[in-house]
Design a protein around this ligand. Sequence first.
Ligand SMILES: Cc1cc2nc3c(=O)[nH]c(=O)nc-3n(C[C@H](O)[C@H](O)[C@H](O)COP(=O)(O)O)c2cc1C
Length: 212
Amino acid sequence: MTATRGYDSVDLDTFSEDSRYKFLTGSVVPRPIALVTTLSETGVLNAAPFSQFVIISVTPPLLGIVAHDATERQVFAAAPGAYKDTVRNILANEEFVINSVSESMALQVQECAHPFPPDVSEVDTVGFHTLPSDLVKPSRIAESQIQFECRLHRTVPFGDGHSKTTLVVGEVVRVHCAEGVLEGHRVIHDALRPLGRIAGRNYCRTADIVSV
Ligand SMILES: Cc1cc2nc3c(=O)[nH]c(=O)nc-3n(C[C@H](O)[C@H](O)[C@H](O)COP(=O)(O)O)c2cc1C
């Protein structure tokens, strides 16, 4: 059967970089959020949210985040086009933690995306609490319900001089689930209460589940 319906065709090449970013991130929604903790070379615990967050492989268990290079507004330590602190730290010591984000963490997570200088810990600034990790040096965020300790598997660069992006893939070496979140291998979503990113400062909950 052929459907008859009008569509607006979009040529992404005609969009500015900013509009293309807004269109793509406004279309691929809702996105889960990884709150990534890393350690700087001077021992500062960095936390930054990444909603371009994906399961790359189940065996081995690989999780990926996509980091755009920092813009002028976001960079303190280096020239625009430099890596964000998260990527720079991961390349330096190959360890990070992906902390799941629940509804109650929304405002603090948004604040963590503020471009703080590398010597300022977002974790302390926004008032998150930490827990030591078992196998990697960066700490976990205690407010998070599931924390994935990761070792760098590989990075994959994309883009050209104007817009550079890095896919950071980590192998999960240990997982911590808060009490009440896990039943066998099943995750209890009423306990996890995950937060999704829509666009800008808009987020969503999973309270309204559609079962088919
Ligand atoms: C909910 C949320 C999701 C975000 N997702 C991404 C993302 O997937 N990739 C990215 O490059 N920046 C993303 N950002 C922006 C970064 O978090 C922001 O640039 C942050 O300052 C980077 O911190 P860092 O320099 O400490 O690594 C997101 C921001 C928010 C609030």
